[in-house]
Design a protein around this ligand. Structure first.
Ligand SMILES: [Zn+2]
Length: 653
């Protein structure tokens, strides 16, 4: 997953339920589910095959608040107990024997499966799942402990006008009247948290990897023009990672599906990555915000996380550190070495900020922050590879994956392979980088200095070398270094500096808030840049600085929407409403549009923007407040938290 919090939950679960793993091995689940979206209900039938490892008189499945019927063992009704957390099966189970456990169930999941927009006629109706951190056992009786891997074959019955996507390969579609049954087949086992399905209105395009793996990329029918920028570099990164990792992609195909109001950036469900539709972008948005990194990250998880899975949260870096590191390698293949070192530099700055606030922890501490698991994890792999060399590193990774395929892993499993491949004793490395909580900033910075690009960036610094500063503004240095100089001495910018690439111009846009008259024309040219960040900032600053020409700016930007969250349109509407002489006849219409964006039929990032602007101009009316109240119950905790504090702020005014 790519997100900000989790880990702890895994640690606890891996611990408590460790015993059942020694008693029973659930091998395969044939699952058939249908839905009542208006009621937010799941109806299912499951058939588990299991093997008893130790004789016992009861076994359980995790199952939150479900109703069961027809619970059968080997075809006969069996004694069961449902304590609303687990389904307990009572029977004299014999060691070495295999059993068939089947049942029907009903659930109204509070989390892990989400019904989106079914109450709104104009909404983008979807059903999708999120197992990691939420537990699949909220909608499907399964095993919360990620150490029991099961082959899940899902059949889903739904309205035939929708697209239904799940783990594995679609082997059959059966139509009966208005419904269709989609049969998906997995050949290999996975942890329950990786079970996934998506239902919605989608088109798809398929590409084939070098080895012939189907790469299925889904998109909303209205987004056909965004398809290419959204999925840019997918095949290149897939082929790169397969070659770099040295182990063939382990699943039958690879699907990627954007969904509305997702909880994280993306989630690496086995062979079926779900990601936030905020990453569905056009060419202009791609410049500032794109799916490339998340795409590579979730893909890397298909090996690191899905093929080999941590035994507990102590080893969470084996998933997130690896996914972050391999995503960087894939991006290095696309964007080059400078990009790679630049991102490592940025990660280091983030780790440094955390360190200075006292937040550093050991990588093997299960309570570490995601900054530590993801960014320090990636850094440690970068440093380890430096120490042992490319060849030994790659050989070790290959052995590690092959030996532990479809099983669970601990840090020792990986380190042992690196020691064998490199013939080095890594105990000092492990102590320093995995067990010790210190950041070791200087050692990390040293490693970055092998990059001339980073050397230059560090050298070009107006705070350290004041005398040379003006020279830098007129020299050939990297865009990143130039952006730094501009941020440090914005008042020394000249017309010449505007003749720069788009990212430097963006730094100019964001660094100058008081625009000198001599730069007015140059600054106005920023409104034409192919960057929604630049346009938004430039419009705001120009509007503030030059009241006489406000109407010109508004006319120029009219019709530009911006990112998924409509950043440019929202600002434009707000300014159009409050600019006195601008289109007085249309003001009420613009206000209506801004209010409309607070409604639940829009994604929460759009709503959030609308709420903020309406609050700023003190225009959140009854309709807006109703929508805000509704937002406090949203399934995305960040948005519900935002809505609560916004509602408080508005009510206290
Ligand atoms: Zn991840």
């Amino acid at each position: 997953m790519k997100s900000n919090l989790l880990a702890l939950i895994f640690f606890i679960s891996g611990f408590l339920f460790a015993q059942q793993i020694d008693v029973v091995d659930f091998k395969r689940a044939a699952v058939s589910v249908s839905f009542q979206p208006e009621m937010k209900k799941v109806l299912g039938e499951v058939d588990y095959s299991l093997e008893i490892l130790k004789s016992t008189d009861s076994i359980f499945l995790d199952a939150v608040s479900m109703e069961f019927s027809q619970v059968m063992l080997n075809g006969n009704l069996v004694d069961f107990r449902n304590d609303s957390k687990r389904l307990w099966i009572k029977h004299k189970f014999k060691k070495g024997k295999t059993y068939d456990l089947s049942f029907k169930y009903k659930a109204q999941p509070k989390k892990a499966l989400y019904f989106i927009d079914w109450e709104y006629p104009e909404g983008n109706k979807q059903i999708w799942t999120q197992g990691q951190g939420k537990y699949t056992s909220n909608w499907l009786p399964s095993i919360d402990d990620m150490n029991d891997k099961i082959e899940f074959d899902l059949s889903i019955i739904f309205n035939k006008n929708y697209e239904v996507i799940a783990n594995g390969k679609l082997i059959e579609k059966q139509i009966s009247h208005s419904t269709m049954t989609w049969h998906y087949d997995m050949q290999k086992p996975m942890a329950s948290y990786l079970v996934a399905l998506v239902i919605g209105k989608y088109d798809k395009q398929i590409e084939y990897s070098e080895r012939g793996v189907h790469l299925e990329m889904y998109y909303y029918p209205k987004d056909s023009l965004k398809f290419e920028p959204t999925y840019r570099y997918t095949k290149q990164m897939f082929d790169f990672l397969e070659g770099e990792i040295g182990v063939p992609y382990p699943w039958q195909n690879y699907k990627q599906i954007p969904v509305k109001d997702f909880l994280y950036a993306g989630m690496e469900n086995t062979s079926a990555t779900i990601f936030s539709d905020a990453f569905v972008v056009n060419d202009t948005a791609f410049v500032d915000k794109n799916y490339v990194n998340v795409n590579a990250h979730e893909l890397a998880h298909q090996w690191f996380g899905d093929l080999v899975t941590e035994t507990s949260g102590t080893h969470h870096w084996l998933q997130e550190g690896f996914a972050t590191y391999y995503a960087l390698l894939a991006e290095r293949d696309v964007f080059g070495d400078n990009y790679y070192y630049w991102r490592l530099y940025e990660y280091l700055q983030e780790l440094d900020v955390q360190d200075k606030s006292g937040g550093s922890t050991a990588l093997l501490n299960p309570k570490s922050s995601s900054t530590t698991f993801y960014k320090k994890g990636a850094w440690v792999l970068h440093l380890l590879r430096e120490q042992v060399g490319d060849e030994a590193f790659r050989e070790a990774v290959k052995h590690y994956l092959n030996k532990n395929a479809f099983k669970n892993v601990q840090t020792e499993d990986f380190i042992r392979e690196v020691e064998q491949a490199s013939k080095q004793d890594l105990s000092k490395f492990v102590k320093l980088w995995l067990e010790n909580k210190d950041l070791n900033y200087n050692l990390m910075l040293e490693s970055l200095k092998q990059s001339v690009f980073i050397q230059e960036y560090l050298m070009v610094d107006c705070e350290l070398y004041t005398s040379k500063c003006k020279e830098y503004l007129n020299s050939w240095i990297s865009d990143e270094a130039m952006a730094k100089v501009i941020e440090q001495i914005p008042n020394q910018i000249t017309s010449d500096n505007f003749k720069s690439p788009i990212k430097v111009r963006q730094a100019i846009a964001t660094s100058i808030s008081t625009i000198p008259e001599r730069l007015k024309q140059d600054y106005e040219s920023l409104l034409q840049d192919e960057s929604y960040v630049t346009i938004e900032v430039a419009l705001m600053n120009l509007w503030r600085n030059f009241p006489q020409t406000r109407n010109n700016y508004l006319n120029q930007i009219k019709g530009i929407v911006g990112f998924h969250d409509k950043n440019v349109r929202m600002l434009w509407l707000t300014l159009a409403i409050i600019t006195e002489n601008f289109e007085p006849e249309n003001k009420s219409e613009y206000f209506k549009e801004l209010i409309d964006y607070t409604s639940p039929k829009y994604s929460f990032d759009i709503r959030q923007n609308a709420f903020m602007y309406l609050k700023q101009i003190q225009a959140c009316n009854e309709q807006c407040k109703d929508n805000l109240k509704q937002g406090t119950k949203h399934h995305n905790w960040q948005f519900s938290k935002f809505s609560k504090s916004m509602l408080e702020a508005i009510n206290s005014n």
